[in-house]
Design a binder for this molecule. Structure first.
Ligand code: SF4
Length: 445
C-alpha cells in the first residue's frame, strides 16, 4: 500500500539527459509526483527527492550521467536520490554504488516510481540504500504512458517504447527492452486531453515508432487516422520512422491528411549498402531512395530530415564516399550527423575495421556542410511565398519564432510580434534568411 502522507509537502528536483522520449518521461514523473502532493524545488532550493533520468547513447552520455548524479547529490545532500533511464538499466549495479545514490530503477520499474519511493521511505535504512531494482532486458514489459508539454504549443506523445531490431551498433534494445505499445484508444484519449489544454501540435515519439502494434495487434496507420480525427489538434509530426516501416499507404495518407504535416524524419545511418549490412539495418539504399522519391512525388513541399552515423566500424573511406554521394543526390532537407561511439556489449565490436577519431571528425564536418547546403537550398525555394506558421510564445521585445507546416523555421521581427499570435496559426509572407541562416524572416499578411 502507498502511504500518500509520506509525499505531502515534499520537493523534487529533476535532471534529464538524452532524447525527447526521456524528457517526456521526466515530465510524466513530475506529474505523478505532483498528484501525490510533491512540488518542484525552486532554483537554489534543497529537494527531498532527486530524480535523474539518464541516457547511454554514447560513452560521452555515460560520463555526463555520472557527472549529473554527482552534482545532484552535492546540491541536494538530504534528498532521496533516484536514478532511472537507459544508463541505469545498462549499468544498474554500478550506478547504485555511486556515493549518495539511494535507488536505481530499471526500465521496467520506472513506471512504478511512486510505489518504489513509498517503499524506500518506509525502509528504516532509507537514504544510502544503494539499491538497484531492475530485471533483464527480455523481461522489460511495462509501458509508461507519457504526453508531455514541450511548450504551450507542442506536446510530445509517446506512442511506443523499446526496439526489437538489434542493429549492431545500438544498445537501446538492451536498455529499453523489446518493442511495445499502448492501445490506439488510450493514445487518442491523451491527444484529446492535450487539445483540451490548448495544445495545437503533437509530436509522436517512441524508439521505433513504425513498429507500433506488436502489443495490441493494431496498425500504425490506424493510429495515424484516429489521431487525425482529434478536434483541436491542428498539427502532427512523427519524430522518426525506420525506412522499412514507412509504408506507401502511410505516405499516401499523410499526403491527404487533415493534420499530419509534410515533414518526415527518417534514419538512414549510411548510404553505403556494405555498411548497412554490417549495421544489420533492415533495408538497402534502393529502398531508402524509393521512399524519399515517393514522398517528394506525393508531397513536393515535404521537409525530410535524415539521421546519418559516421565512422562506424567497417566504414572504409570508399564506403563513406558512397554514402556522401548517395545523400548528395537525394532530395532531402537536413542531415542529423552522429559520430559512431563504441558501446560495450554490442555486436559491432566484432567488426575489425576501426575508423580513427580524426577521420570521424572530418567525415562529420563534410556531412554537416552538405546538410547546411541542403537546408538552405530547401528554404530558398520558399522565399517570397505565403505560408501558415504556428507561432510560439516569445519574451517581450524579442523576435517571435514558429514553424511552417513543412518545418521551415520562421522569425518575426520584435516590432511585428504580438502576444495574441502565441499558439496560433497565422498566414505570413516568407522573406529573406536571418543573418545566421537558420530561419526565414516573415511578415504578417
Ligand atoms: S532500430 Fe536499430 S538503431 Fe534504432 S533503436 Fe532499434 S536497434 Fe537501435
Amino acid at each position: 500500500m502507498i502511504d500518500s502522507s509520506a509525499f505531502q509537502g515534499k520537493k523534487a528536483a529533476y535532471y534529464t539527459l538524452g532524447c525527447k522520449l526521456n524528457f517526456s518521461e521526466t515530465s510524466t514523473f513530475g506529474k505523478m509526483l505532483e498528484q501525490m502532493g510533491v512540488t518542484s524545488a525552486g532554483k537554489g532550493e534543497r529537494a527531498d527527492i532527486c530524480l535523474i533520468n539518464t541516457c547511454s547513447v554514447t560513452e560521452v552520455a555515460d560520463r555526463k550521467c555520472r557527472q549529473a548524479i554527482h552534482r545532484m547529490v552535492r546540491e541536494h545532500p538530504d534528498a532521496l536520490v533516484v536514478v532511472t533511464g537507459c544508463y541505469a538499466q545498462l549499468e544498474g549495479e554500478k550506478v547504485s554504488q555511486i556515493d549518495g545514490v539511494d535507488l536505481v530503477l530499471g526500465s521496467n520499474e520506472k513506471a512504478d516510481l511512486i510505489q518504489h519511493l513509498s517503499e524506500a521511505w518506509s525502509d528504516p535504512r532509507a537514504q544510502a540504500l544503494h539499491q538497484f531494482r531492475g530485471v533483464k532486458t527480455s523481461d522489460i514489459v511495462s509501458f509508461q504512458p507519457s504526453c508531455a508539454r514541450g511548450n504551450r504549443t507542442r506536446y510530445f506523445l509517446k506512442v511506443q517504447d523499446g526496439c526489437s531490431y538489434f542493429c549492431t551498433y545500438c544498445t537501446i534494445p538492451f536498455a529499453r527492452g523489446r518493442s511495445r505499445n499502448p492501445s490506439i484508444a488510450s493514445l487518442v484519449a491523451q491527444a484529446e486531453e492535450a487539445a483540451a489544454e490548448g495544445g495545437r501540435e503533437i509530436v509522436l515519439t517512441g524508439v521505433n515508432i513504425g513498429d507500433f502494434g506488436r502489443t495490441t495487434g493494431e496498425r500504425f496507420i490506424d493510429l495515424v487516422k484516429a489521431l487525425d480525427r482529434v478536434e483541436g489538434i491542428q498539427r502532427y509530426r512523427i519524430s522518426s520512422l525506420e525506412p522499412d516501416l514507412l509504408d506507401d499507404e502511410l505516405i499516401d495518407y499523410c499526403a491527404h491528411s487533415r493534420a499530419f504535416m509534410p515533414h518526415f524524419h527518417i534514419p538512414l545511418q549510411s548510404g553505403s549498402d556494405e555498411v548497412l549490412t554490417l549495421m544489420r539495418r533492415h533495408y538497402d539504399t534502393a529502398l531508402f531512395a524509393r521512399k524519399i522519391h515517393l514522398i517528394k512525388q506525393k508531397m513536393p513541399d515535404a521537409f525530410i530530415g535524415v539521421d546519418v552515423m559516421v565512422g562506424c566500424r567497417g566504414e572504409k573511406p570508399e564506403y563513406f564516399e558512397d554514402s556522401y554521394n548517395f545523400l548528395n543526390a537525394l532530395p532531402v532537407s537536413q542531415l542529423h550527423v552522429f559520430p559512431y561511439s563504441e558501446r560495450p556489449g554490442t555486436a559491432a565490436l566484432r567488426i575489425p575495421y576501426v575508423v580513427s577519431d580524426a577521420d570521424k571528425k572530418q567525415r562529420s564536418k563534410r556531412l554537416l556542410e552538405l546538410s547546411d547546403q541542403k537546408t538552405q537550398a530547401f528554404y530558398a525555394q520558399y522565399v517570397g511565398r505565403e505560408a501558415e506558421v504556428l507561432f510560439e510564445r516569445a519574451t517581450r521585445g524579442k523576435a517571435m519564432h514558429g514553424f511552417t507546416d513543412n518545418y521551415i523555421r520562421v522569425e518575426l521581427f520584435p516590432r511585428e510580434a504580438r502576444e495574441e499570435f502565441d499558439n496560433q496559426i497565422i498566414r505570413v509572407r516568407l522573406g529573406d534568411f536571418t543573418p545566421d541562416k537558420t530561419a526565414l524572416r516573415a511578415t504578417i499578411l
